[in-house]
Structure formats: C-alpha cells, structure tokens
Design a protein around this ligand. Sequence first.
Ligand SMILES: [Ca+2]
Ligand SMILES: [Ca+2]
Length: 288
Amino acid sequence: MSLKTGGRQVEGTCATPGAPPRGAVVGASVARSTVIDVPRLPGSPYRDRRSLLLSWATQGVTRMHRRTRRRYVGEPDRGRRSRLILLLILPLLLGGCAALFGPPNPPPEAVIDAAPTRGNAPLQVAFDAHLSSDDGTIVGCTWNFGDPATALNTMGRSVSHTYAKPGTYEATLEVVDDRGEADEENVAIVVTNPPPVAAFSISSSMPFVGEQVVFDADGSRDPNDEVTAYAGDFGDNRGTASGRRVSHSYIEAGSYTVVLTVTDTYGTTDREVRFLNVISPRRGGCGG
Ligand SMILES: [Ca+2]
Ligand SMILES: [Ca+2]
C-alpha cells in the first residue's frame, strides 16, 4: 500500500517482495529492487537474510536497504519439521483416542471341534477352531492339549495330537480377535485302554509225573497295544515262570491250578486259569 505525502509517495507497512521498504522515497523513476548480496553470518554456514541487501534506483540514485527475514538461506526449517512430525503422529494420537473412547469390542467366542473325543490309546485327535467366531477377525488360535507329554502350546487353526497313554485330558483352545480380546474353551478327551486277554495251551491234557509239560501263551492278545509280560504259576508251589513259552514237570500226581497272567504296555493285566491233572506213570507188565 502506498500513501502520497507532500507530493511524495511513502511505502506502507505491507510491503511486497521487490518493492521498496517502508520509509523509502520513491519517484517516477523507481525501478524494481534487486538483491545484491546475502552475506553469511560470522562463524555460520548459513547466509543471513536478515542482512539481505536490496538496491533500487530512485531519481537516478541507487539506494540500498537491508531487509529483515526470519530464516537463513540453507537453514533447516524447524517449523516445517515440526509440522511434519505432527502430521505423522496425529493419526497415532487419533487412533489411540479411538481405541480408548471408540465403540466397545465384543469378545470372540472360542469353539472346539474335536474328533474323536474318546477312544483307545494311542488316540489321535483332530482339533479345529473353525467354529469360533467374532464380530471382527480372529487372529490367533492357541491350543493346549492337557497332555503332560506335550507341555508346549500349539498354534494354528487346525492341529492334531496323539495321546499315547490312557487317561482323561482337558484340551484348551484360546482365540484372540484383532482388537486383543480373548476367549477360551475346554473339551475333555478320554483315552481308554482295553485290557489284554490271557490265553495259553498245555501240551498234554493229562501228563504223567515227571513229564515235561509245555505251557504256551502265544494265544494271548491285546486289542489296542501288545502283551509285554507273561507270568505262569503252575500251582504246585515250586515257583513261577516268565515268558511266552515255558515248560514244567510235576513231581507228584494230583490236580493243579495253573494260572497265566499277562500285562500290556500300560500295565493292565488279565489272567487265565486252567486245571491240570497229573497222573502217576503206568506200571507196565503183568506180575513180576
Ligand atoms: Ca471382537
Ligand atoms: Ca491294552
């Protein structure tokens, strides 16, 4: 803005770049101002625009003026950096406020789909979390099979585990949604162990005293694992025997109770009892 004062024109307070500064006397021959130097600050790598020297011609006289600026040439714009940092952290601040004061987050619902949940050892069970639900997204599924043999948790939506030993286990599923809410469900897994079945044969149904009698337990079975131990009691108080196939002789005639005990992998037992008549040897010849 310019004002005429006594036939002269005085520059106003809102001077524009290139225009003479406030207080400058200008006339008809005023030319555009020209930057003639931007001196460096003493001991500084920046140039000082506060010392910007301008020149212009007024009625044939070249005048110079030192303008004032706030920043130096080449100086980092700290105000711009601050604005940039604010732009970067503003979404985080707004997100944090939304998390604190945003709409409530319904927790997810954990649902275990396990099959089978009962069976003989060793029992392999397939676990699946696909029936679990949430208003958002389920981002984590953590399983604990409740089996001391596998203390670590297992991650994943579909997993499987084999229970090696009989017992009742509590398997757990924990699901976590995309906003950190969690839910948990348990299911019982029952692992059974059918006992073995003891069975043995005797080489002679009516052996003589002193005869070697063979007891064979090869007919013993176990429905889910295997027979690991055999124990035979011949019923004559002369000790027992171990092993699938053993022999024994009796020193007296009589009726004996023979017992076979078998044991499976998990220590479950079964027994079979049979009666054996031992007879005296025939006395041959007639007379004498
Ligand atoms: Ca949710
Ligand atoms: Ca068994």
